[in-house]
Each structure stands twice: as structure tokens, then as C-alpha cells.
Design a protein around this ligand. Sequence first.
Ligand SMILES: *Cc1c(COP(=O)(O)O)cnc(C)c1O
Ligand code: SF4
Length: 345
Amino acid sequence: MTSDANILKVCTKESWQEQLQNAIRTPTDLAAAVGIALEDLPYSLAADRGFPLLVPRAFAARIERGNVADPLLRQILAAQDETRIVTGYSKDPLAETSLYAGTPGLLQKYTGRALLVVTGQCAINCRYCFRRDYPYADNAQSSAERLATIDRLLDDPSIGEIILSGGDPLLLPDEQIAAMARRIARHQRSVTLRIHTRLPMVIPERVTDSLIQALSERGLPSVMVLHSNHPNEIDAPTAHAIKSLREAGTTVLNQSVLLAGVNDKPEVLAHLSDRLFAAGALPYYIHMLDKVAGAAHFEVSEDSARRIMGELSGMRPGYLVPRLVIERPGAGSKQQLEPIYPSAR
Ligand SMILES: *Cc1c(COP(=O)(O)O)cnc(C)c1O
Ligand code: SF4
């Protein structure tokens, strides 16, 4: 490439905010982007209503053109399957709405950790999401209110970690994240800041220099838990974003949800771990699907899940095998499911 072309490329690069604004939101637009005729997409308007199609182009570009069964497409397509009513699937599968004790957006379910839902917005709408019907509007806090909540948490010696969740916390402006990071870093006690996000897989440019700077605040132990389900989600720009986070001293982990038709094969999970490792991240958890209404077509049974993990354990070193966990309402932690190992030959 000539240097002129390089300059042009740099100058025309959209910011992450512009990429979000220009995201795909209609089935027609999605069909065109993935090279599938509109009538061949199993799209449903009824599924879309209330939880609309939303996918930035950088993510859509990793969907294989013409493949209706593509594992990335399956995660974002408002599909006819969602409109089926299935027993056992509900709007609030983790009974979270009853857990907010006074402070909007603050969830203290597990010892030592406080989770803040800082925004209801996401950069992508994942069809399996357990918070798809979450009452975000009731749980909004202003930036100042959030800082006050953080101050209160810092004053509680039992809290060792503050977790930002959502929605996607990386939709907050860098200044707001930096303000929280500074508050935590300057507290006399060492408290970890953890961010759970899918944005580096969706719009890698979200990992800006100012975000890196906020996370490298002196004296701040920081952890980023990425949310990636399939190796195709990790391309060169994503890997680059992960590398910059690592260079800033952030521990980078990944969690996945085990999803039928997406990643319910040990080979796919092994490949995902390889890609993560190459970029500088380690697998942390793989979650059993939360039974949220509309997501039944993603279900993998507990026995199959445990067998998949048993096989994966034989394929990769322990540090590349995530823990299979399930959330049960009312439990004191996420609960691990033991792998079922293939019988010895
Ligand atoms: C998952 C979760 C955490 C973090 O759990 P870890 O096992 O530490 O990753 C904390 N609070 C809530 C409410 C959670 O759902
Ligand atoms: S990014 Fe996370 S919170 Fe947002 S829709 Fe996807 S799974 Fe749900």
C-alpha cells in the first residue's frame, strides 16, 4: 500500500461513537451486509420488538457471507425461534430485580464484590442475553451519584472489588470511567476495578488511548473480563485492543456463554482459547445459558455441557480451559459444574 493510501485509511477511520451510530438496525441492512437474501433470513419482527436488532458493521464483517448458520449471525439475529413460549424460561431468570437494595444499579450478591450496572445500553444486542428484559430505566444513576456510591463502597472494608457491568460499561465516556478509576486508585485500601464488557469484540476501536490511561492509574489493580463466544469474534483489531490493555497492566480474562449452534463443540472452544491466548487473554468462565424467555433455542443440557468440558480438558492445558458455571438464584456464588471425562481407553 502506498503511504497516500495509508493516510487516507487513517483519516477515514470512524471513531467508536460513529461506528455505533452507523450500526446495523434493520433486517434489510443486515441481509445486505451478510450477503443473504432477506427472505432467506429467519428474522422475526415480533422478536425484534422490545429487543431490537443491533450490530455494528465491524462485527457483521466477521460473519461469513451467505452462511445462514454462521455462529456470529446466530448470536445477533432476531429470529423466529425466539417467539416460541417455552416452560421454564422467564423474563428475570436470576430473580435480580428483587435484589436491588435501595441504591439503583447496585447488586451485592456475593461476598467482597459489589457490582454496578452503570448503563442499560449495549453496542450489540445478543439474543441470548439474560438482561434483555431488565428494568434499566428504574436503575439509572447519574455520574455524580455513581461516584457517591463508589465512595460508600470504598468505606466498607468488606469490599475488595468493584465491578462495572451493564448493559456494556464501556459505553460510558472515558472521562466517567477515568473518574471512577481515580477514586478507587486513590483510596488508602487496595480495591480492584473490574470491567465486564463485550465492546472490544464488537468495536475494537473502543479501546482508546484515554481508556488505557484511565486503567493504568497508579495503584489500581484492574481486570477486564471480555465476553466472547466464538473464535471468529477475535480478529486482528480485537487482538490489538487486547494487547494494549495488557501493556497497560490490566489482567484480561474472557467469559463465554455455552450456546447451541454457536460454540457447543470442544474444538470450537479450544480454538477460542487459542485465539484469546495469542492475543493475551485467558479463559475464565463458560456460563450455562440463563433461562430467559426467547433464548430456548440456545440451550445446551447440563450433561452435554459437562461432556464438552471433559473433552476440552483433554485437548488443552488447564489454563486454557474455562470453568463451567451456572447461576442459581439465591446461591452465594456462581456454581461450578464438574466435567464428565471421556472414559479411558
Ligand atoms: C457474576 C457476578 C459477580 C462476580 O462473580 P465472580 O465469580 O467473582 O466472577 C459479582 N456480582 C454479581 C451480582 C454477579 O452476577
Ligand atoms: S453485550 Fe452483554 S449485556 Fe449487552 S446484549 Fe450482549 S450479552 Fe447482553
